[in-house]
Design a protein around this ligand. Structure first.
Ligand code: 6PG
Length: 244
């Protein structure tokens, strides 16, 4: 049985379209209420369909500010850059002004990139020392190993509820990442997981299953503890999986 928080569409395209509409509604409401909205984007390959849908929507992007959930330690023009993916598929096609884009400067040394990103968020959200930023929308993906953001299985950051962003060395990828920390993901007004495709099926079964083991499947922590969590998946990923 599917719960209301899991929305399953017949195809990836349809799931992307549903997720895009859902996200845009939240952003529109935030802009109407406060004059601005914030979204943190993930990277990887599955966001492509979602970003294209968002870019194609007739939407007034005025006041919508873009941040990143995580970034690979590469320059902004690199093929692996999460910023580049969003720039090519969403920010440029939707003509988002520069001042609304708050990328992670991952061409710098990772600790320094994390410090600058933290300073950028502090200033944008007007945070005092102990505050966490509250994004209107945090978009997440999930890796086949259960990672989300750059919170990997048995990684060192999962228990950190008060930090905002950190650099982390991911042993299995032999590379550095800069990532938002769990407290920030959990503080989001809305968490939107977009996880289409057959290769997500097994991990969704785990994450939604009866065994709670967030150290092994970090996405499970965000799923179970987030305030408002919505999943968008296609039939290939989610059909027939019991969501608890
Ligand atoms: C990244 C991400 C990451 C992603 C998952 C899923 O930089 O890799 O932000 O956390 O969401 O790895 O990625 P796919 O969509 O490629 O499976």
């Amino acid at each position: 049985m599917m719960s209301a928080r899991v929305r399953q569409a017949p195809t990836t395209e349809a799931a992307a379209s549903d997720a895009a509409q859902f996200i845009l509604q939240i952003l529109r409401a935030a802009v109407e209420k406060r004059g601005s909205a914030s979204i943190a984007l993930s990277g990887g390959s599955s966001p492509k369909a979602l970003f294209s849908r968002l870019a194609a929507a007739k939407f007034d992007w005025n006041g919508v500010h873009f941040f990143w959930v995580d970034e690979r330690a590469v320059p902004p023009g690199d093929a692996d850059s999460n910023y580049r993916l969003a720039r090519e598929l969403l920010l440029e096609p939707a003509r988002i002004p520069h001042r609304q884009i708050h990328r992670i400067q991952a061409e710098l040394e990772p600790e320094e990139a994390a410090r600058r990103y933290l300073a950028e968020m502090r200033s944008f959200f007007g945070l005092s020392a102990a505050d966490l930023p509250h994004f209107d929308v945090v978009h997440l993906g999930v890796g086949p190993d259960g990672h989300t953001a750059s919170l990997f299985p048995d990684g060192p950051l999962l228990a950190d509820r008060s930090g905002i962003a950190a650099a982390v060395y991911v042993e299995k990828l032999k590379s550095w990442r800069i990532t938002l920390l769990p407290g920030v993901l959990l503080a989001a007004g809305q968490i939107v997981f977009f996880a289409p495709g057959e290769e997500k099926r097994e991990i969704l079964q785990r994450i939604w299953g009866p065994e709670y083991n967030p150290a092994r499947w970090p996405a499970q922590l965000i799923d179970r503890e987030g305030k408002n969590v919505a999943w968008f998946a296609d039939r290939a990923a989610a059909e027939g999986i019991a969501d608890c």
